[in-house]
Design a protein. Structure first.
Length: 470
């Protein structure tokens, strides 16, 4: 579940050197007894108002992002439905539905993680499988096994505990942030274990109906089972992995930029040293499942393929609040909007392992935050081509998440305070569009075949196309 934590860290680390309680994502409850208490309806109503007011206070373009009409209608509906005391978990299943109406992947209410952590410490187990979302459905991402049982990669999920997977995704996307429904559903896939518990109460026992190679099957799971990715895929949780695809092409998968910069630097040195030894002419960099992280890591990766000095963004807008206005408020007053040009240029990596061949970067709906910054840096500076599917988020995006607790339930909210403009300066509102778009193929997905990678290799297979990759 590193990808989930990566997403939450993405804007906190994005172009930030700040520290403070407002940047602490998962603090413990000051009063753990609150997890067992029921909270009065009138106090829950106040928390609903506090969530909306807190996001509006901090977000740099609340009116431009949020569906305000739908938001305030939903606020009224929620208040009308809450007329008895509730626990934090019960309350989340109501108030969490406001998250999608902020229409920002960096602005949402976090699930009650303290309760989930307590359950896990007692031996409970959330849903154990990584999944991938496509236009054809939801598929198991890796090959799993437990004793003599197996769940093959490419298995299409039909239902979980009697609830259709399509219904789960339609409902759960209301509990996450995201500029588009496509992005929100992609985030549901990333956070599925947490959302199955937080929204449905599913934990420990799972009755899974799935289709594999045209045959519908059923799998019953309990918390005594320990499902693992098969040995040949034991690098499933690695942040950065490299392998050679053929004599001319290397493949570097970067699943997260949420890595300590020095450790990531060491991984990059090792990877690009091997790339140099392999003497490949083309390099495929896969960030399709990268939800972001630290731009220091994204910057260093870009430096290995850059052929000129570059910048990550061209402009930045920040809205000041009590937490981010600096020591003694030196940045300005609460509510003030600060616009600034970005003048920090980065030089290409000067080592012998700097890659001078052709580059294709794979992107998809869940490529987000620092991954979008990397993708637009590559595209706007013409360091390579982008291939795959459009991102679910926008090329010009929000950033720098601040956090605050609701006053009575102490549920924790996460909200963007900055806006970034891509390196080219193009301020249009759109996804990052790949230069080489690739559509899903159901048959490939059912057989765990990577359609995008196959088509990129075909594109690279001719000398003419190799020459076109400028």
């Amino acid at each position: 579940m590193k990808a989930v934590v990566s997403l939450l860290f993405s804007t906190i680390l994005l172009l930030s050197g700040c520290t403070g309680a407002h940047l602490d994502i998962f603090p413990e409850l000051e009063n753990p007894a609150l997890m067992q208490q029921k909270i009065a309806p009138e106090l829950l109503h106040q928390d609903i108002d506090a969530l909306v007011a807190g996001v509006k206070l901090r977000h740099p373009d609340f009116a431009g992002y949020a569906d305000e009409v739908g938001l305030y209608q939903q606020v009224a509906t929620l208040k009308a439905s809450i007329n008895t005391p509730m626990t934090r978990v019960e309350f989340f299943r109501h108030i969490g539905q406001l998250s999608h109406l902020f229409q920002d992947g960096h602005s949402f209410l976090i699930w009650p993680y303290q309760e989930l952590n307590a359950l896990r410490e007692q031996g409970s187990k959330p849903f154990p499988f990584l999944v991938k979302l496509s236009s054809n459905g939801v598929f198991v991402a890796k090959h799993y096994q437990y004793q003599n049982q197996q769940l093959p990669a490419g298995s299409q999920l039909i239902s979980i505990n009697g609830v259709a997977v399509t219904d789960i995704f339609t409902n759960a996307q209301r509990y996450v942030g995201g500029e588009t429904a496509l992005l929100r559903q992609a985030f549901v896939a990333e956070r599925l274990p947490f959302l199955l518990w937080a929204v449905y109460g599913f934990i420990d026992k799972f009755d899974i109906e799935y289709n594999y190679q045209g045959k519908t099957q059923r799998l019953l799971i309990d918390n005594q089972q320990s499902w693992q990715v098969t040995a040949k895929e034991d690098n499933a949780n690695a942040d950065l992995t490299y392998r050679r695809l053929d004599d001319a092409t290397g493949y570097l998968e970067v699943t997260s930029f949420d890595v300590e910069p020095d450790a990531f630097s060491d991984q990059l040195k090792a990877a690009f040293s091997q790339i140099a030894k392999d003497n490949v002419r083309a390099l495929v960099i896969d960030i399709r499942h990268n939800t972001g992280g630290n731009t220091d890591t994204a910057t260093e990766l870009a430096s290995y393929i850059a052929d000129k000095p570059f910048r990550l963004v061209s402009q930045m807008t920040e809205k000041l609040n009590a937490d981010n206005r600096g020591l003694f408020g030196y940045k300005g007053d609460i509510g003030e909007i600060i616009n600034s040009e970005w003048h920090d240029y980065v030089k290409p990596n000067a080592s012998a392992n700097h890659f001078k061949g052709k580059v294709i970067v794979l992107i998809g709906p869940v490529s987000y935050s620092a991954a979008i910054v990397f993708a637009t840096t590559v595209q706007d500076n013409q360091f390579g081509l982008l291939a795959g599917k459009a991102t679910g988020g926008f090329a010009n995006q929000s950033a720098q998440g601040n956090l605050f607790n609701l006053p009575h339930s102490q549920l924790r909210a996460y909200v963007a305070t900055r806006l970034l403009v891509r390196p080219s300066g193009n301020t249009s509102v759109s996804a990052v569009i790949p230069d080489l778009p690739v559509a899903d193929k159901l048959q490939d997905q059912q057989n765990a075949i990577d359609t995008t990678l196959q088509q990129v290799l075909q594109h690279l297979g001719t000398a003419d196309n190799h020459d076109k990759l400028q």
